[in-house]
Design a protein around this ligand. Structure first.
Ligand SMILES: [Zn+2]
Length: 70
């Protein structure tokens, strides 16, 4: 069986056994997203709500397409 490592905590895991690919857990997924957000927004990595994440993701997507609110 192919194993993979969680990009956040580097733990080995079995991909089909988890639903947060490529992460081992929702927490690791959020931590990774947090790092991503922190680069641009300087917000706390893991204390972000789902609603805030959605807002930030949509902002990042807009930015990625060349739009900006500034
Ligand atoms: Zn992990």
């Amino acid at each position: 069986m192919r194993k993979t490592k969680c990009p956040t905590c580097k733990k080995q895991m079995i991909p089909h056994k988890q639903s947060y690919r490529p992460f081992c857990s929702e927490r690791c997924k959020e931590i990774d997203l947090g790092h991503w957000f922190m680069e641009d927004y300087s917000v706390p990595a893991v204390e972000i709500t789902t609603e805030e994440q959605e807002i930030l993701i949509s902002e990042i997507e807009k930015k990625g397409r060349g739009f900006s609110n500034d």
